[in-house]
Design a protein around this ligand. Structure first.
Ligand code: NCD
Length: 323
């Protein structure tokens, strides 16, 4: 694997290999010294043209845990605000010889374009409403840790599916891993022909009580213009689609990529309910992003099957007592 642009490009075996590697790397976070020397001397650029808390911090931490040097650029504090083009920005940063560029952009396809302007591996940290592959990987990882496997799981993705890159990447990822996915929301917020991606569609929550997992999405207001009227009102939306204590079954799991708008898509109490995996999702972000760096930068290509072994070797190089 050279770049990670989307889950659509991955096969089940590649996804599982990343999740396996994340699991072996997660064992590290139990230790007091959490660092591996794997990417020592290499540089990773994090380029965020959209707001981010979880994704940018966990990419940064993941790179540091593998001993890479990181340069993190947020659009508002960069020369992009002064009119420098994406291409110029990427070429400027490529002068530092980075091994990877992690990019979040409001534009669909931006990470793919960047691959043409740099020798670095490019990792998509969210491009417009297209894909957010590492989010889907960390969601699958979280579910696999909790339930063992995803085959035949019944997962409902509820909310603003239309503007959600998380929904798209998760439809690809969860169905590739054997789950059955239903997307649910008002017709105005469900893209036409989304069934072609391999999911089912429901415009009401009826039937969601059968789901094993309710995966809830925020309204992506930043992708709507002031004149758009996707929903009559927040109150109306919440009355039909908000997941609250009554709509969340005792044996159902609750997921959300964050940030949560408490009181809109989720009632405030369910965020911290025992069924909620939201904190586990955030924690999983570091191990999964480490696994992505490891896969792209520390292994030798598609034939490499000894990743586990290398991870184990790396652990051996950085023993507990080296701190
Ligand atoms: C998601 C995103 O940015 O697409 N958040 C995230 O990465 N944790 C979802 C969202 O912003 O609603």
């Amino acid at each position: 694997m050279r770049n990670l642009l989307g889950i659509a490009d991955l096969e089940r075996g590649q996804i599982e290999r990343l999740l396996d590697r994340a699991e072996s790397l997660a064992a590290l976070s139990e230790r007091e010294n959490k660092k591996l020397p794997t990417l020592s001397g290499r540089t990773i650029v994090n380029l965020f043209f959209e707001n981010s808390t979880r994704t940018s911090s966990s990419f940064d931490l993941a790179a540091k845990r593998l001993s890479a040097d990181t340069v993190s650029i947020k659009a508002a504090s960069s020369s992009v605000e002064k009119g420098e083009s994406l291409r110029d920005t990427v070429q400027t940063l490529s002068a530092y010889g980075p091994s990877a560029i992690v990019v979040r952009s409001p534009y669909v396809g931006a990470p793919g374009m960047i691959t043409r302007w740099t020798d670095a591996a490019v990792i998509n940290a969210g491009d417009g409403k297209h894909e957010h592959p590492t989010q889907a990987l960390l969601d699958a990882y979280t579910l696999r840790r909790r339930l063992g496997k995803l085959d035949d799981l019944n997962i409902w993705i509820v909310g603003d599916v239309l503007h959600s890159r998380v929904a798209r990447s998760n439809i690809f990822c969860l169905t590739k891993l054997g789950a059955k996915v239903t997307v649910c929301g008002p017709p105005t917020l469900i893209p036409r022909q989304i069934e072609e991606l391999g999911c089912e569609v429901s415009y009401t929550l009826t039937g969601s009580e059968e789901a094993d997992v309710l995966y809830v999405l925020r309204m992506q207001n930043e992708r709507m213009s002031a004149d758009d009227t996707f929903i009559p009102s927040i109150r109306e939306y919440a009355s039909r689609y908000q997941i609250n204590g009554e709509r969340l079954g005792r044996d159902q799991l609750l997921m959300h990529p964050g940030p949560v708008n408490r009181g809109v898509e989720l009632s405030p109490d369910v965020v911290d309910a025992p069924q909620s995996l939201i904190t586990e999702q955030v924690a999983a972000g570091v191990a999964v992003r480490m696994a992505v760096f490891y896969e792209l930068l520390a292994t030798r290509g598609p034939d490499d099957t000894d990743g586990q072994l290398k991870a184990a070797e790396a652990v051996a190089i950085a023993p507990e007592d080296s701190r």
